[in-house]
Design a protein around this ligand. Structure first.
Ligand SMILES: Nc1ncnc2c1ncn2[C@@H]1O[C@H](COP(=O)(O)OP(=O)(O)O)[C@@H](O)[C@H]1O
Ligand SMILES: [Mg+2]
Length: 228
């Protein structure tokens, strides 16, 4: 997974004493988050007390083999699923306390999510998929939404696919549309699940050669792409 946090929007939310509303000092703070899946096969503890902090302006990558809990961790930060125990703070929001209705609006405005399998709506054109978050949250004027969606599709290199349904696109192209949709409301935080999973084979081979040692265990790497 990859996590990218913008500096300006997030910094503005910091209170005068350098903390957010619930006393958290980092933009994203996970405290002792446990996630247990219960199924007929029994219980499975996917997250065993994860504490993590990410500041505004940081780029964080979480690397680990499949099944190590990366998607589960993303679902905690984005509020798509709830922790069994523990606390999750994102800016001024205590995510683990939000009700379902509040959650959808909060996520729509604050977090852009690129899902592992894109989750584009199959009956909508790519353009309509990118406009959807803006429609849902009432961001930008209706006329501006289409212009903005086309600009974002252009940014990720698939503007010429705007009028097609997602199924008519390759996996990599669908991922680009999903990235454009995640950027639609200009959210301060961008979360992507397996963002390099659909790179063209040539690009992937090149990257794997330089990073193969990273894949043996879960680890996180940090950087500051927006250094100031
Ligand atoms: N809904 C679920 N019910 C039961 N077990 C699950 C569920 N989702 C994930 N798991 C289990 O939790 C573990 C972590 O899954 P996941 O977060 O998807 O890993 P990753 O994204 O790193 O591949 C896996 O062992 C998986 O089988
Ligand atoms: Mg996953």
């Amino acid at each position: 997974m990859g996590l990218l946090t913008g500096k300006s929007a997030a910094a503005a939310a910091l209170g005068e004493n350098g903390t957010y509303r619930h006393g958290n000092t980092h933009l994203i703070e996970l405290r002792d988050v446990v996630k247990v899946y219960r199924s007929r096969a029994g219980e499975f503890q996917a997250l065993k007390g994860v504490s993590l902090s990410v500041d505004a302006g940081e780029f964080v990558a979480v690397i680990g083999k499949s099944g190590s809990g990366k998607s589960t961790l993303i679902n905690m930060i984005t509020g798509i699923d709830r922790p069994t125990s523990g606390e999750i703070y994102v800016g001024d929001t205590a995510v683990h306390t939000l009700k379902e209705r509040q959650m959808a609006r909060w996520r729509g405005q604050q977090i852009g999510v690129v899902f592992q399998f894109y989750q584009l709506l199959p009956t909508l054109t790519c353009l309509a998929n990118v406009m959807l978050p803006m429609d849902f949250c009432g961001m930008y004027s209706p006329r501006e939404r289409q212009r903005r969606a086309l600009e974002l599709l252009d940014l990720v290199g698939v503007r010429d696919q705007a009028g097609k349904l997602p199924t008519a696109l390759s996996g990599g192209q669908q991922q680009r549309v999903a990235i454009a949709r995640a950027l639609a409301n200009d959210p301060p935080i961008l979360v992507a699940d397996e963002p390099t999973g659909n790179l063209e084979p040539a690009t992937w081979t090149h990257r794997r050669q330089s990073r193969s040692s990273s894949f043996s265990s879960t680890s996180s790497t940090r950087g500051r792409p927006f250094s100031s």
